[in-house]
Design a binder for this molecule. Structure first.
Ligand code: SF4
Length: 473
């Protein structure tokens, strides 16, 4: 081993300074990543000569709630490499301009140094203007019509100017202005449709309080990295964790139950889950928390007009407040809706409809279950099943097979300015749609094994069809 030499001269190890210098800094600043990931993690950013040299997760979060595990350390792989994006040679730093326009602009500035006059010489010159505006959008509009141009513009939450620029262009142009949510399938549309609010949900720390958690449409380790620790902590707390995903993902590997649904099948799966929940937690036994919640905070008790269709009925619009005598002169009466009050045994108009949002008199756009005229307390009836005037056969369509079927729905007749109309509640329609008869006549499934909409056997049938499709193609 005589050929191995000990190097004792420090000057011969100067190359190590490269690694030491890599971590030098002259100040530490606090920051996060404004990239719409919504993590909002707190980072310490180490800076030398105005250049970010490295980042480290902050470890000084306050304990908001002693009963849940701490938030920190928060962060993700994208976040800790964020300075690479900042100094990347391909980072977009300035607005892009079309090459033709830039050439014309430079030439115009040569002709006249006054920028306003230079710009005037471009926009008022028809051939130059056509040259730089001749883009694919105009071509498409000319050949097929402006409504064939569809686009989206990111992102209102982060940059209203860039969002406004693109969306206003599409609107004025006559194109189709999609939201960026449509584009990258971020927001479940059912959330605002049902709750009336966009993503008005609890924060991830609240997962710790859950007893049953289902993950679907996301790979939490990848997409909710700073919060995913609450899932494993909730499991120590006794929560059962189920994962729906086509692949045995990073999340599926620590779930209690992995359900390998195929892409596009989860909607059918959840229809069947709702069928079971409604049957076992509303019809066979009543759970007061459930009943109270859906009565107060969803549109379930609101009255829907049933329109005659042949010998049967079909669901029509919500019953408008101005169509009943008590509210006939109410402001925005076409945009306020009614439910059936147990106390007065009459239709009543609660606060909080879109008509209240735009009313001259402020203060009624809220979730108080009170009459919009005299402020009396309301106690809405969720279902007409025990107080029905009659049972109507209502038409539904099975969008799987496009067959039409009729199911019995409990109704009440309400006196309106158009005469007596048949009404039911949103909840009664929902229960019929989900195929739960509650003893009413009609084309209802006989049980979970029946393959009509939306039983567990029905969703299983679709799954088999899909398997078959996959095998053949
Ligand atoms: S989740 Fe990642 S990208 Fe988002 S703020 Fe946290 S560290 Fe940054």
């Amino acid at each position: 081993m005589s050929w191995i030499q000990d190097i004792n001269n420090p000057k011969q190890r100067l190359w190590e300074d490269f690694y030491r210098n890599r971590w030098q800094y002259d100040k530490v600043v606090r920051s996060t990543h404004g990239v719409n990931c919504t993590g909002g993690c707190s980072w310490q950013v180490f800076v030398k000569n105005g250049i970010i040299t490295w980042e480290m997760q902050a470890l000084d979060y306050p304990d908001f709630e002693k009963q849940i595990p701490p938030y920190e350390p928060r962060g993700c792989q994208r976040g800790i490499s964020f300075s690479w994006y900042i100094y990347s040679p391909i980072r977009v730093k300035y607005p892009y301009i079309r090459g033709v326009l830039l050439d014309e602009w430079r030439a115009a500035k040569q002709r006249d140094s006054d920028p306003v006059k230079a710009w005037k010489s471009l926009v008022e010159n028809k051939s130059i203007r056509t040259e730089y505006q001749q883009a694919s959008m105009l071509y498409t509009a000319k050949k097929y019509g402006p409504d064939r141009v569809a686009g989206f513009s990111p992102i209102p939450a982060m940059s209203y100017l860039s969002y406004g620029g693109g969306s206003r262009l599409l609107q004025l142009f006559g194109g189709v202005n999609l939201s960026f949510y449509d584009w990258y399938s971020d927001l479940p549309p059912a959330s605002p449709e049902i709750w009336g609010e966009q993503t008005d949900v609890q924060e991830s720390a609240d997962w710790y309080h859950a007893k049953y958690i289902v993950s679907m449409g996301a790979n939490l380790n990848m997409t909710r990295t700073p919060d995913v620790h609450f899932i494993s902590e909730a499991r120590y707390q006794g929560a059962k964790f189920t994962v729906l995903s086509p692949d045995f993902s990073q999340v599926a590997k620590y779930a209690d139950w992995w359900i390998p649904v195929h892409a596009g099948q989860d909607g059918a799966f959840w229809m069947a889950v709702n069928h079971v929940i409604l049957k076992e937690f509303f019809i066979e036994r009543q759970v007061p928390y459930f009943t109270d919640y859906v009565t107060k905070f969803t549109d379930s008790p609101f009255l829907v007009v049933l329109n005659k269709k042949g010998n049967n009925y079909e669901a029509g619009p919500f019953l408008r407040a101005k169509s009943v005598a008590r509210y006939s002169n109410i402001e925005n009466g076409d945009w306020r809706f009614l439910l059936f009050d147990k106390k007065s045994k009459n239709p009543r108009m609660p606060k909080g409809a879109v008509g209240d949002r735009w009313a001259k008199q402020p203060g009624k756009w809220n979730l108080e279950m009170k009459d919009g005229v005299d402020n009396s307390d309301l106690d809405p009836l969720l279902s007409f099943i025990d107080e029905k005037d009659d049972v109507a056969q209502v038409e539904f369509t099975d969008f799987d097979t496009l067959t039409v079927f009729n199911r019995g729905v409990p109704i009440k007749y309400i006196e309106t300015s158009q005469g007596k109309v048949a009404t039911t509640t949103v909840f009664d329609l929902l229960v019929a749609r989900f195929g739960l008869s509650r003893g009413l006549p009609g084309d209802y499934p006989s049980g979970y094994e029946d393959t009509s909409t939306y039983t567990p056997a029905w969703q299983e049938k679709l799954r088999q069809v899909y398997h078959y499709y996959r095998r053949r193609h």
